[in-house]
Design a protein around this ligand. Structure first.
Ligand SMILES: C[S@@+](CC[C@H](N)C(=O)[O-])C[C@H]1O[C@@H](n2cnc3c(N)ncnc32)[C@H](O)[C@@H]1O
Length: 334
């Protein structure tokens, strides 16, 4: 367990009230919390004595929090250190499952844990592993070809200077780019004359975090597995933090909810092909009070849908994001 983890780095659960108002009509059963973190969502749900939680998280340090829940809630709480793409391996009584919840992104602990090196503000080693990873950011920066680095920065970060940054990394890495600051200095040197409202390193760091943690296939497989786990009438609710995540979740819910007869160019979709009832077409976002209390919540978007059909074919969903999945499969050159 990481020595630097501090229990006092309290994480504010985002959009908690809004989430509760969506799932509370289903209270009296099991809820699957796919991103346990510090357990903010789970705790709120467990306040009602007829609820149970099955929680998962890929970060092994999260067990510090889960252990407390196991003690307090006994058989109403079960925790597994797995990735949410693997929720199909959990032993759940399907009829008891009411909702599957995802709160994507990172907890305050993870951001502040220097050994994880998730933030460009940290001074530690280039790591970025959330847990159960195959490789670290340092391995990517040291071993990926210039062209592959460019693709990662461009497609996962939408970074305008992807080419120049990739070139400079490839040129300097023999001198070893080891710490977060070694990388931010390179990015700053490429963007030294550029005026931007966001930090120079924001986009490259986002891209590298997505790549190291395989966040695209995690989300796509997590959503599909959630669909097959819950019974008809159950809810899938997802809080996203960046535009790629939100695009994937929006497509998943909207594309499989709509009866597509509005355009003559789009094939008519039969009613029995619909998988979800979409209550809100627009995402729910934090109100002014939450934004004031917790400014980082400003990027959060909550989307949810009710499952209405057991038969659903997600080939189209996977195909839609295949280009992003392919980037995840880029191999090291060295
Ligand atoms: C924003 S935090 C969740 C905070 C939580 N809702 C709370 O109130 O404390 C996100 C958590 O999801 C976990 N996580 C991210 N991606 C994951 C994945 N693919 N599988 C399992 N856990 C994941 C992270 O390790 C982190 O602990």
């Amino acid at each position: 367990m990481s020595a630097t983890i501090k229990l006092e780095n309290k994480h504010f659960p985002v959009l908690l009230k809004e989430l509760v108002s969506i799932i509370s009509p289903l209270y009296g059963g099991t809820f699957l919390d796919c991103t346990f973190g510090q357990g903010g969502y789970s705790q709120k749900i467990l306040e009602k004595k007829n609820n149970k939680i099955i929680a998962v998280d890929r970060d092994k340090d999260v067990y510090l929090y889960a252990k407390k829940f196991e003690k307090k809630y006994n058989n109403r709480f079960h925790y597994e250190n797995i990735k949410f793409s693997e929720i199909n391996t959990i032993n759940i009584k399907p009829k008891e499952l009411k909702a599957v919840i995802f709160d994507l992104g990172y907890s305050t602990n993870q951001i502040k844990d220097l050994s994880k090196g998730l933030s460009f503000k940290s001074t530690g080693k280039l790591n970025m592993k959330m847990g159960l990873n195959e490789f670290s950011c340092h391995e990517v920066i040291s071993n990926m070809s210039e062209i592959n680095l460019y693709k990662i920065f461009k497609y996962y970060g939408d970074e305008r200077y992807s080419k120049k940054i990739a070139r400079k990394i490839a040129r300097f890495r023999n001198k070893k780019i080891i710490n977060t600051q070694d990388l931010t200095k390179i990015i700053d040197s490429v963007k030294r004359f550029k005026n931007s409202k966001i930090n120079n390193s924001t986009k490259v760091f986002q891209a590298l975090r997505i790549f190291v943690n395989k966040e695209i296939s995690e989300l796509i497989n997590g959503l599909i597995n959630a669909f097959y786990l819950i019974p008809v009438g159950g809810i899938i609710a997802v809080v996203t933090f960046h535009s790629i995540e939100d695009k994937i979740v929006k497509y998943f819910f909207k594309n499989y909810s709509e009866v597509k007869n509005s355009s003559r160019y789009v094939p008519f979709r039969e009613n029995n092909d619909r998988c979800f009832n979409l209550k809100n077409r627009k995402p729910i976002t934090p109100n002014a009070e939450e934004l004031k209390l917790n400014p980082p919540s400003r990027s959060a978007k909550l989307r949810y849908a009710v499952k209405i059909n057991n038969e659903c074919n997600f080939d189209e969903f996977i195909k839609k994001f295949q280009n992003l999945i392919d980037i995840e499969n880029l191999q090291f050159d060295k």
